[in-house]
Design a protein around this ligand. Structure first.
Ligand code: IYR
Length: 328
């Protein structure tokens, strides 16, 4: 796989392609980052962007993980002390998950976001940003119903982080895209370049295939899950024999979350996927790429229950090292 393909594999959106191609041509010393509100326990959403960071490390990028303690505070996630404590636990789990410690810089937001120059630049950007734009940027990030003043400041700080962390590429899930577009539009007003961004897909709710999996509602997979928890959740997952399920009777779009997890979590981390089956059911199936697994599910060669059994095993393997850190 060439550098551009590795850097962009499984991305939903690249802004812009030309800019990422330029980075891929000379990745040495280039810096990419993801920011996370510290939550104490990694879930499958964190792991998806972490997979992208691992791709970027493999492509030669330096990787920065921002443990966004001030952002979590502004988003109403607890007292500052509580948040700071969870940040440290989260860092350990990222390393256990597979981020190379020697190639990853972990930064707490509060290490630089309270500096005078940052705060003055923040105010300069506030002058350039309408409340309604900030509110729209937060639509898929805010906790709670209405948008507080703190949550309106949040996306403007996120834009400024790109400058202060001196990164060449900002990564996030698709729910971050409006913040990144705000950054592209406003940073030039303080004489900074519009940042290059890349967004990863969101996985549908495991149980229904509707909407997006989230830690606040529905079923998610996290590093706290036991092997049995994972088996039970995956067994109950929505998995029709197609990658393109029919919408619900109410017209809501649906995805196949089991296939999505194979595509975005398992194949990027395992060279070969083995679905174990007793000989009387045709014996083991082996796959070197996601597309052939999807094709077998669609043709009926691979039964959804066998796919789920294999998925539980691989997810458990991905989660086990982080789970040990939590239990320690
Ligand atoms: N908005 C992110 C957290 C976050 C991300 C970045 I990139 C920052 O510079 C700051 C905060 C979230 O929703 O978790």
């Amino acid at each position: 796989m060439d550098a551009y393909d590795l850097i962009t594999r499984n991305a939903s959106e690249v802004v812009t392609e030309d800019e990422v191609r330029a980075l891929a041509d000379d990745p040495d010393g280039k810096r990419a980052y993801v920011g996370y509100e510290p939550s104490g326990v990694l879930h499958i959403g964190h792991m998806l962007t972490a997979n992208k960071l691992i791709d970027l490390q493999d492509a030669g990028f330096e990787v920065v993980v921002l443990l966004a303690d001030v952002h979590a505070y502004l988003n109403g996630k607890g007292t500052f002390e509580e948040i700071r404590e969870t940040a440290e636990r989260m860092k350990e789990q990222f390393i256990a998950y597979g981020l190379d410690e020697s190639q990853t810089e972990f930064v707490l937001g509060s290490e630089f976001q309270l500096d005078e120059s940052y705060v003055l630049d923040l105010h300069a950007l506030e002058l350039e940003t309408t409340l309604s734009r900030a509110e729209r940027a937060m639509a898929e990030i805010k906790s709670g119903e209405s948008v507080t003043v703190a949550q309106a400041v949040y996306p403007i700080m996120q834009a400024l982080d790109i400058v202060y962390l001196d990164v060449d590429l900002a990564i996030g899930g698709m729910e971050q895209r409006k913040v990144h577009m705000l950054a592209r539009d406003t940073l030039p007003s303080i004489n900074e370049d519009a940042p290059t961004c890349m967004h990863t897909p969101l996985i549908a709710d495991l149980a229904t295939g509707i909407g997006k999996m989230s830690s606040s509602k529905g079923v998610t997979i996290s590093m706290e899950d036991t092997t049995e928890d994972i088996e039970a959740k995956v067994n109950d997952a929505f998995c029709p024999p197609t990658a393109d399920p029919e919408p619900t009777d109410d017209g809501e779009a649906r995805e196949n979350p089991v296939l999505q997890i194979f595509e975005y979590h398992v194949f990027p981390r395992f060279e070969r996927v083995v679905v174990e089956r007793p000989d009387k059911y045709g014996g083991n199936l082996e796959y070197d790429d996601y597309e052939s697994l999807e094709a077998d599910l669609e043709s009926g060669e691979l039964h959804p229950l066998d796919a789920k059994g294999a998925l539980s095993g691989y997810l458990d393997e991905l989660i086990a090292p982080g789970r040990e850190k939590i239990d320690a």
